[in-house]
Design a binder for this molecule. Sequence first.
Ligand SMILES: *Cc1c(COP(=O)(O)O)cnc(C)c1O
Length: 398
Amino acid sequence: MEKLSSQQIIETTEKYGAHNYKPKEVVFSQAGGVEVTNPEGRLFYDMLSAYSAHNFGHRHPEIIQALKDQLDLVTLSSRAFYNDMLGPWMKKLCDFTGKSMVLPMNTGTEAVETALKTARRWGNFVKKVPDGRQEIICCENNFHGRSISIISMSNDENAREGFGPFAPGFKSVPYGDYAALERAITPDTCAFLIEPIQGEAGVLIPPGGFMKKAYELCKKHNVLFIADEVQTGFARTGTMFACQHEGVEPDIYIFGKALGGGVLPISAVVANEDILGVFTPGSHGSTFGGNPLACAVSLKALEILERDDYPKQAKEKGEYFIKKLREIKNGDIIEIRGRGLLIGVEFKENAAPYVKKLIENGILAKETHDCTIRFAPPIIITYEQLDDACERIKKALE
Ligand SMILES: *Cc1c(COP(=O)(O)O)cnc(C)c1O
């Protein structure tokens, strides 16, 4: 195949691809660690990390080796049979979370769908809510994926327009509003679904103490507390899971993104048997869910996370990074907030012109919900790279 220029690649992509994304005009043709190279050989620092999927950096050598080794053994069994990687991987996830059961899927969206089905079935089987009346409470400005039932929980008009009719059974409360949550709970409420930090909404952190109080409220009313840790999980925010910032252990974890080591899609719902035990043969599934290739990659990723203490790395590097970002002088910046290496810089107005300048200076980032730029570099970023990146960010934003 002839080597195409960035411009040619962008034109082909736009010509043949549905326009459900509006990417920044940077073409990835090679990547390693924090660095991305375009077809012209220009280097960039990846400060978005595929929305936290790249906690380990691009092509972590040990993860790529685990992939190669597994490629020579077996890649897919389907769940019609057992494979020898799924069990050990699920055991590892249980060790990580202190839970007893895992339901494997592929994408974050599928894991959220699975958690919704879990909550509804648990509501019916265990809480004895009549089938068809189960309610799930979600939060305003959430992002949980793109399926019809998930966008039924969304209040983002872009994500919803023209896609009705929407699925019933969802109620939404303002993020971090305890009184509203309390008012929303009824005898039919099965679950409360929350992102411990809202990434897509602009790196929003709930008010201190909210998570803990919300969890206790859920316990009082026999409502499952479900944490969508697809973006925040596995060390990104400076703890293994973002719920730990408030000492909350959710009833159900939803994982995706970083779980695949930046290599393959793999997602999971993790909970105890009294909850995930509601699934019976035939009630749910996925052909590729729990495939040995993805499990081998994910198992290696989890081993590395633990061995190299990624939570500590994210915490310390995040504190260093945020301190440096706060030294930037720009009157348009309203707030810089974050936890670990999930940081949002909020501007008075649309931040797209600043993103353009960042990219010109070799920094890959993207605005979310117009006014906030999210910085989430791979956790393996070195202090030298952080210093260099901060110089470039300063140049772009001052
Ligand atoms: C990305 C994301 C999802 C959806 O994951 P996909 O793999 O894109 O389907 C769900 N929840 C949160 C919090 C996310 O950030």
